[in-house]
Ligand binder design. Structure first.
Ligand code: ZN
Ligand code: ZN
Length: 203
């Protein structure tokens, strides 16, 4: 996997600080499961956050405390909310990384069966993913190979994480693992590339 489009620094910091809503966190944790670079950046941001908290109440440190902290950083490099980047081959047509897989399974009580796609029109399908936090909506989107999604603007920000296939948007290419961030100022019309349906997580 050759990931070119990453989570913005502002979003990574908010994620590490725990200040994002559930749907946004799901998209970023799922990208991070596929992306060692963002996993590392999140671990670093969380370590810095922890160090800042430690600074507030300085405690006497043992001589080897610094080395112990370094050792802990080595061992515990990924934060607990991130899962191992296991891609399960159970679902027909796409393998979903955690933590997304668990969300989709919990929502739809899936066994080893096809995903329950719902028709959206223009050959596109989706699967809404319910969240306990309703501040943002998440869904799986399937855009047919070689076809555009309808041109659209946004009421707010939008994150799109590619899980299968690829799409292009304004001459930029997004493949598996790439994350696309847009906001209410953007009007766009992504196209799935030919040959394979594009499946993404959209928030
Ligand atoms: Zn990344
Ligand atoms: Zn959009």
């Amino acid at each position: 996997m050759n990931i070119e489009h990453h989570v913005s620094e502002a979003l990574l910091l908010s994620y590490a600080a725990g200040s994002l809503g559930e749907a946004w966190s799901l998209a970023i944790a799922t990208h991070a499961a596929l992306c060692p670079k963002c996993r590392g950046a999140i671990a670093q941001a969380e370590a810095v956050g922890g160090a800042l908290i430690d600074d507030i109440e300085p405690a006497p440190m043992a001589e080897n405390a610094f080395n112990e902290i370094l050792a802990q950083l080595d061992v515990n490099i990924s934060p607990p909310s991130l899962q191992n980047p296991v891609r399960q081959p159970v679902l027909a047509s796409v393998s979903l990384p955690e933590p997304l897989l668990t969300y989709v399974m919990d929502n739809n009580n899936l066994g080893n069966t096809n995903l329950p796609w719902q028709r959206l029109g223009l050959g596109a399908f989706h699967i809404p993913i319910s969240m306990s936090d309703r501040s943002a909506k998440a869904r799986l989107l399937r855009i047919p190979a070689g076809r555009p999604v309808p041109q659209h603007g946004h009421e707010g920000s939008e994150l799109t994480l590619v899980l299968s296939g690829a799409f292009t948007d304004k001459e930029m290419h997004f493949g598996i693992g790439d994350i696309h961030e847009t906001d209410e100022t953007i009007v766009h019309q992504p196209h799935a590339i030919a040959g394979k349906d594009c499946i993404c997580l959209a928030v």
